[in-house]
Ligand binder design. Structure first.
Ligand code: ZN
Length: 385
C-alpha cells in the first residue's frame, strides 16, 4: 500500500520513527506515549517541511497516512480543519502572529483526534514569539501536536528545543533525487541527472530546474558570469545581471499567486458590493495584503540570489576539482570544457578564496545587506586575480 511517507527521499532513518509515533498515537485515549512537540531539521531542500506535513497527514488519517483519503488530501492542501501549516512570508514570525495562532488552535480538534500545527520556519520566530509558543507547547494534556522545522537545531531557541523530539533529515543522494524526478515528475533521465547533480540534493530546486526552461536559461547566464570578469566595469555589470535575473524570477513566480490572493480577498468582502463600509474595509484589507506580498517578494529575491550564489560556488569548486585532477566528480559537467579552460588560467588556492568570498556574500545577504551592493562587492572580489 502506498503511503504519504513514500515521497520522503533518502529519509528512511526517520520514517520508522514517524510510523511508530503514529501507531502510538492510536493506542487508546491516553496520549502519554505521543510526543507533543517535534523539531525537523535538515539542510535546505532535504524536505523537512514535506516530512512534517506527511507526519501531520498520517496523524489525522484513519489509515495512518494512506495519501489517498479525504483527510490526507485536505491536510496537504491546507483544507483540513485540524491541520495548520504556517509558512512565513516575512523575514520573521512576530509575537502577534503566534498569539493569533494560539487562539485559533485553542479549540479541541474537530474530528476528535489530533490537531497538528506545522511551522515551516521556526528559525524565524522572534524571541518574544518563541516564548509565547513555548507556553503553548508546555501546556499539559492538549490534543495539539507541534511540528517545527528549521535548518539546524541551533536555529531554535534552547528553551523550545529542549522540549521537542528532534529528527535530523539527510541530504538525499544525487541518485535518489534523479530517481524521484524520473518516477514522480516524469522528467527524462538525462534532464533528471543534470538537475539532481547541479542542485546538490535539493529536491525542490532540482524539480524547479528540470521543469522550467526559463529557469535553466537564467542559470546558464549566471554560471557564465565568473568567466567574464575581465574588468571592474564587467564586475559591476555582472552584479547587476545577477540581481536582475533573481528579481525577475521572484516576480514571475509570485505574480500569479499575488493576483489570486487579492481576488480571493475581494470575493470574501463581496466583490462589487456598494456599501460604503464594505468598500473601505476591502480596500484596507487589500492594502494590508499587498504590503505582505511586497515583503514576500523581497524575501524571494533574496532566496533567489542566494541560490545563484550557491551555484557560483559550485563552479569554483569544480575549478578546484579540475586543478587537482579529479574531473569525474565535477558538478557542472555540462560546462566541462569552459571550466577546464578557466581553471588553467587560475592560480592554485585562488578558487578556495573565491568560494570564501561567495559564502561571505551569502552571510551579508542573510544579515539584510542591500542585494546589489553585496553582489557588487562579491563580483569585484571574484574579478581580482
Ligand atoms: Zn489517508
Amino acid at each position: 500500500m502506498s503511503s504519504v511517507f513514500d515521497d520522503l527521499v533518502g529519509q528512511e532513518h526517520i520514517i520508522d520513527i514517524l510510523k511508530g509515533a503514529v501507531a502510538a498515537s492510536r493506542t487508546g485515549s491516553d496520549s502519554q506515549e505521543m510526543t507533543h512537540a517535534w523539531v525537523f531539521t535538515g539542510p535546505p531542500g532535504s524536505g523537512r517541511s514535506s516530512a512534517a506535513v506527511a507526519f501531520a497527514q498520517a496523524l489525522i488519517c484513519p489509515n495512518q497516512g494512506c495519501g489517498a483519503c479525504n483527510e490526507c488530501q485536505s491536510a496537504a492542501t491546507g483544507g483540513h480543519p485540524d491541520v495548520e501549516v504556517i509558512c512565513t512570508e516575512g523575514l520573521s514570525i512576530k509575537v502577534e502572529e503566534i498569539r493569533e495562532l494560539l487562539t485559533r488552535v485553542a479549540w479541541a480538534p474537530s474530528m476528535g483526534g489530533w490537531r497538528v500545527v506545522v511551522m515551516e520556519d521556526a528559525d524565524r520566530l522572534t524571541e518574544s514569539a518563541a516564548n509565547a509558543l513555548l507556553k503553548a507547547i508546555e501546556e499539559p494534556g492538549t490534543r495539539t501536536i507541534w511540528l517545527l522545522c528549521a535548518p539546524t537545531l541551533h536555529d531554535v531557541l534552547p528553551t523550545i528545543r529542549s522540549r521537542c523530539r528532534h529528527l535530523q533529515l539527510r541530504t538525499p543522494s544525487i541518485e535518489a533525487v534523479t530517481q524521484v524526478l524520473i518516477k514522480r515528475d516524469n522528467v527524462s533521465p538525462i534532464m533528471a541527472d543534470f538537475a539532481a547533480r547541479v542542485s546538490q540534493g535539493h529536491i525542490g530546486r532540482a524539480k524547479y530546474l528540470a521543469t522550467n526552461e526559463s529557469v535553466r536559461s537564467n542559470r546558464k547566464v549566471i554560471m557564465q558570469l565568473p568567466l567574464q570578469l575581465g574588468s571592474l566595469a564587467a564586475a559591476f555589470q555582472a552584479a547587476q545581471t545577477l540581481v536582475d535575473i533573481a528579481t525577475s524570477e521572484a516576480h514571475t513566480s509570485s505574480k500569479e499567486r499575488d493576483e489570486k490572493e487579492v481576488e480571493k480577498l475581494q470575493e470574501a468582502y463581496g466583490k462589487g458590493a456598494t456599501g460604503r463600509g464594505m468598500a473601505t474595509g476591502a480596500a484596507k484589507a487589500v492594502k494590508e495584503l499587498e504590503k505582505e506580498q511586497r515583503s514576500r517578494v523581497t524575501r524571494m529575491v533574496r532566496d533567489s540570489i542566494d541560490g545563484a550564489l550557491l551555484d557560483l560556488a559550485t563552479l569554483y569548486r569544480d575549478v578546484m576539482m579540475v586543478q587537482s585532477g579529479a574531473t569525474e566528480s565535477m558538478i557542472n559537467s555540462d560546462m566541462r570544457a569552459e571550466i577546464e579552460n578557466f581553471a588553467s588560467s587560475f592560480p592554485p588556492h585562488s578558487a578556495v578564496q573565491k568560494i570564501t568570498a561567495v559564502m561571505e556574500a551569502r552571510n551579508q545577504l542573510a544579515m539584510n545587506a542591500a542585494p546589489l551592493v553585496a553582489c557588487e562587492a562579491l563580483m569585484c572580489e571574484l574579478a581580482r586575480r
